[in-house]
Design a protein around this ligand. Structure first.
Ligand code: DGY
Length: 337
């Protein structure tokens, strides 16, 4: 943990926390305006450490590894804003943050296409068994090539993709699916207006109909208590044995133990996962499955997009500490007027 201090004869700079490592240039820019407690060593804080850190600052840049709840905020008397470097904010207890009079922000829009690209990459990789094929090559099995003895996959072209969660990223996935010659069906908390459904050639269906009908399913919905285990054993049982399931949403939306069993039993064909229950731990039964493509929560991880996310989080933080409404304020209702 480094702390930069400014000479006493200068006006006091507001003190902020940067809870995980960020790009050095971004940190240097922050240090022009703020007294920064930074964590470039990138060691995840314990809940007690986070509570202690938040007790001394007016603003904090945080990520999904920092749970901001009543305990974390219990001594944060000067805190005005927690700026998440992430569009998802299930690490935020919004009622507790609002009750503490703190603004909460996230980073929408800047990662939409990068994340949609990755969701599609996982779908393609799982459908065409790219990880297994690579292992096949590395294991020196290429001389066993034959028409029937390759890792045979599933086609995406001409198939139906079921998208659960039709927000910005879900729509990005739909655009890519159309370009790939797929039909799109979707399920969402609320149905899209007719003109949007037309633009994405997307048909609204119930979750059960989607699971029964779709050739492949991708999850792009936010994690909430109601969405916990949206996909469990029952739902996996509704899917086609030839289906691929992709989760780029959040761990906890899928029951990972049930998924591992479904992959092992052939209930579904394959999965592509970027997020896991209890990550960074991965369910040991998932690790045993070869019909799965695993990634360490990197859907937004291109240099351009991660920089854009950090920049937007900094904009949110600096705007709030200047006394103005930050561009991506989540708990806007509480700060009206
Ligand atoms: C997000 O922004 O919610 C992503 O999951 C982070 O990569």
């Amino acid at each position: 943990m480094n702390t930069t201090t400014n000479p006493a004869h200068l006006t006091r700079k507001p003190k902020i926390l940067v809870a995980r490592a960020i790009f050095p240039e971004a940190l240097a820019k922050l240090e022009e305006t703020f007294e920064v407690r930074s964590n470039q060593a990138d060691k995840v804080f314990t809940p007690q450490e986070l509570q202690n850190e938040l007790a001394t600052v007016e603003g904090a840049l945080v990520t999904g590894s920092e749970r901001i709840d009543a305990q974390a905020l219990s001594q944060a008397d000067q805190l005005k804003i927690v700026a998440n470097i992430s569009v998802g904010y299930n690490n935020f207890d919004i009622p507790a943050i609002t009750a503490a009079g703190v603004m909460a922000t996230n980073t929408p829009d800047v990662l939409t296409d990068t994340t949609a690209d990755f969701g599609f990459a996982l779908l393609m990789a799982a459908a065409r068994r790219i990880t297994e094929s690579e292992h096949w090559v590395r294991a020196g099995k290429w001389d066993q090539w034959s028409i029937v003895n390759n890792p045979l996959g599933m086609d995406l072209n001409g198939s139906t993709l079921g998208i659960i969660g039709m927000g910005r990223i879900g729509k990005g996935i739909a655009r890519r699916a159309l370009g790939c010659g797929m039909n799109v069906i979707y399920h969402n908390r609320s149905r899209l207006p007719a003109d949007e459904e037309k633009a994405y050639s997307a048909t609204y269906v119930s979750k059960e109909d989607l699971l029964r009908t779709a050739d492949h399913v991708i999850l792009v919905l936010p994690y909430t208590a109601e969405n916990h285990h949206t996909i469990g054993a029952k739902e996996l049982g509704l899917m086609k044995p030839t289906a691929i399931l992709v989760n780029i949403a959040r761990g906890g939306i899928v029951d990972d133990a049930a998924l591992a069993q479904a992959l092992q039993n052939g209930t579904i064909f394959a999965a592509g996962l970027d997020v896991f229950e209890g990550e960074p731990k991965v369910h040991p039964e998932l690790l045993k499955c070869s019909n799965i493509v695993l990634a360490p929560h990197i859907a937004s991880a291109t240099e351009k997009t991660r920089r854009a996310m950090v920049d937007l989080a900094i904009k949110n933080l600096t705007t709030a500490l200047a006394g103005n409404k930050p561009p991506s304020l989540i708990n806007a209702e509480a700060f009206k007027g």
